[in-house]
Design a protein. Structure first.
Length: 447
């Protein structure tokens, strides 16, 4: 390949910002994220002009494509250093949500946290990415090994490991640039926003991954791609996607996981060892929660309500209060309700006890035995530990005159079920007590 071989970005946040900077590589990485439906992003883009070799792919699962696949953490680091350019806008790509501090850092071109072009691998030190020279045999990039040109096709064929094409021999063909005026298949400086291509093009060898010898394989790939709907990179669009019903109710949001990774990076001083950016950590934690990420929902509700959390332990209630314009307890309960409806047992029990006793309900909510009963029943259905205690409390509420839920017969049945559950847990004395209470409740029905 004739010309300057340039590494345009890495798999760990490096972005080429010298005079050789091109817009196409960064836009390509962003495009692959949206076109794959958030399932992958192609990074570590390097080559001559817009002829790229040896890329790395981050996938949502973090599997396949070698140790350089950093999963959603790698996606997070890409977007934290990505500023949408003219090609991103022309393709209709949506900007990734960044905090005001991050946006300012990008605009001011402050030195990134990772200033090298080295490729990172899982649980290891950085390694230098391969930069093939003109004398290397580029047939090896066409046969399914790490960094091959067919890596994207591998992903959409849903294989568990990197495979070769159906043709194993390195088939080469000739491309004559002089016979085409179309920009569709020719990389130019115009595509990258750097002006007119002013050098004479020469013929180059064409690899098997872009040949037309197997149209059936190309059709299969196209059909699989057609089944994957493009998805925006913004949180607001992700929420609209969920409301439209196109996203399964309990599907884990990849975008939410990316924002959660960014929150953890900022909270742990990953980007700047001299400053903990709690504002950015909170921004991405809230974005992750808005996407429905369960860990983020639990963490942000705990922070807002002054409870301990394991996700961002350094971000406390007082810090968050300065960043929330509304009543922080009300917002915390809103997030906790979402976490509870997604099946988080601790959130369910917190809400049940809060509505039962009337405490920790903020300004928008008040004591309600009816809602307490609903949350208690949900906790029992979710298999909470020592469920017999919850059943007994529900039975007590059903015997209270002012609860609005009085039902002696239902209370008797709940006490009986609580007794059976206690017996299963080898709590014989408690079981006998519940049996006696069930008889007393049924006696009230006869009266």
């Amino acid at each position: 390949i004739e010309g300057d071989y340039v590494k345009y970005n890495s798999n760990f946040g490096f972005v080429e910002d010298t005079g050789k900077c091109r817009q196409t590589p960064q836009a390509l990485s962003h495009f692959t994220f949206e076109r794959s439906g958030h399932e992958l992003v192609v990074v570590d883009i390097q080559g001559v002009c817009d002829l790229y070799t040896d890329p790395q792919i981050h996938t949502a699962s973090g599997l396949e494509y070698g140790d350089g696949n950093l999963g959603t953490k790698g996606m997070a680091i890409f977007f934290q250093s990505h500023h949408c350019n003219k090609i991103c806008h022309s393709l209709g790509l949506t900007p990734f949500d960044l905090s005001p501090n991050e946006v300012k850092e990008l605009k001011d071109t402050i030195q990134r946290f990772n200033s090298t072009s080295e490729t990172k691998v899982k649980m290891d030190d950085p390694i230098d990415s391969e930069s093939p020279s003109e004398t290397q045999d580029f047939g090896r990039f066409c046969q399914g090994i790490s960094g091959s040109l067919d890596s994207t096709s591998d992903y959409f064929s849903q294989t568990s490991s990197r495979q070769t094409y159906e043709c194993d021999e390195p088939v080469m063909s000739i491309i004559d640039y002089g016979k085409s005026n179309s920009r569709g298949g020719i990389p130019t400086f115009i595509d990258s926003g750097l002006g007119k291509d002013n050098f004479k093009r020469k013929q180059r060898l064409r690899g098997i991954s872009e040949c037309e010898r197997d149209p059936e394989h190309q059709i299969k790939i196209k059909r699989k791609l057609d089944k994957i709907a493009s998805r925006s990179s913004s949180v607001s669009a992700e929420n609209a996607w969920k409301l439209s019903g196109l996203m399964p109710k309990f599907e884990e949001s990849v975008l939410g996981s990316i924002h959660l990774d960014l929150a953890e990076y900022h909270e742990s001083d990953r980007y700047d060892a001299n400053m903990q950016d709690t504002n950015s950590a909170h921004f991405h934690l809230k974005a992750a929660a808005d996407c429905g990420n369960q860990l983020a929902l639990v963490a942000i509700s705990s922070i807002y309500l002054g409870l301990p959390n394991d996700i961002l332990p350094a971000l406390n209630h007082l810090d968050a209060a300065e960043l929330v314009p509304d009543n922080i307890e009300d917002r915390g309960l809103d997030f906790m309700v979402s976490a509870a409806r997604n099946g988080d047992v601790n959130s369910i029990m917190f809400l049940a006890k809060a509505f039962d006793c009337g405490l920790n309900l903020g300004n928008d909510r008040s004591q309600s035995y009816g809602q307490a009963m609903e949350w208690y029943q949900m906790a029992v259905d979710e298999g909470v530990e020592k469920r017999y205690l919850i059943m007994a409390r529900m039975a007590e509420i059903m015997l209270m005159e002012d609860s609005g839920c009085k039902d002696p017969n239902g209370a008797g049945e709940l006490y009986s079920e609580a007794a059976e559950a206690a017996m299963e847990e080898m709590c014989g004395k408690l079981a006998n007590k519940y049996y006696m209470l069930s008889e007393e409740a049924w006696a009230l029905v006869e009266e």
